[in-house]
Design a protein around this ligand. Sequence first.
Ligand code: NDP
Length: 281
Amino acid sequence: TMRDIKKVTLPCGLPVPALGQGTWNMGESAGSAAAEVRALQRGIELGMTLIDTAEMYADGGSEKVVGKAIAGRRDNVFLVSKVLPSNASRRGTIAACEASLRRLGVEQLDLYLLHWRGRYALAETIEAFETLIRDGKIRQWGVSNFDTDDMEELRELAGGDRVQTNQVLYNLSRRGIEYDLLPWSIEHGVPVMAYSPIEQGRLLLQASVMDVARRHCATPAQIALAWVMRNPGVIAIPKTGSIAHLEENRASLDIELDAVDFEALERAFATPKRKRPLEML
Ligand code: NDP
């Protein structure tokens, strides 16, 4: 009796699952690749069809694992990859995208993100993204690790209002975006894609998270994910190479946190009261 997957609607009107799958550290070793492929495939079966990868991860190895996992199921997947800032020139972005498509074994990405800001002008990267859309190589584009001032600057540029998401660090122990970036994102209808939603595992041994988990007969990972997804404009992309963890993470959508939980978590991880620069991992 698992609930249908919750959706978040992108500015372009496309609904995507609020719970997707990360792939950082996948494809690092031949020994674990088969398990990673199986976990990703189980996630697709369970509706976690948004898969996030990047040319950076394992130097393309993560994209190759994703390519194996989605072979024959491309149409069921919302595929996200990212261009490194060092490649994000007008021509470099296009070459990087073509290389990602080859590793993934697909004709088109659903969403292509600038991984973080680098030396190339944003206008140049946007131009390349728009060319990729015209050529059918990507459907939409977005950004990652952009703070509020970066988003403001982006929106001022020609075509900048076509940004579909901003992928940033967000979890119980990293609440900085709640001060300004998250309200900005909600106001402008740009969903936040929360990366490292369980803080790479570091949240799982926190007493407050364990206490709330006990109240729900749930696990700390499930509480951390349910908390991140409590906001309708937030997508979470936990990474796991384990089917057991994958199924556990999927079930986080069945958890309904209540006022007592929120108070306990607020005591342990307070709402930010002033601006903090965006943190990155
Ligand atoms: P996560 O917070 O998703 O944590 C992943 C770690 O937690 C892995 O070690 C995983 O191990 C473990 N884990 C997952 N589920 C469970 C569970 N239910 N119980 C116990 N352990 C669990 O960290 P990530 O940094 O991987 O972030 C998620 C994704 O976000 C990345 O994979 C990547 O796609 C993206 N990202 C983007 C960044 C950017 O700059 N744009 C930066 C960082 C991440 P196991 O595999 O053994 O389950």
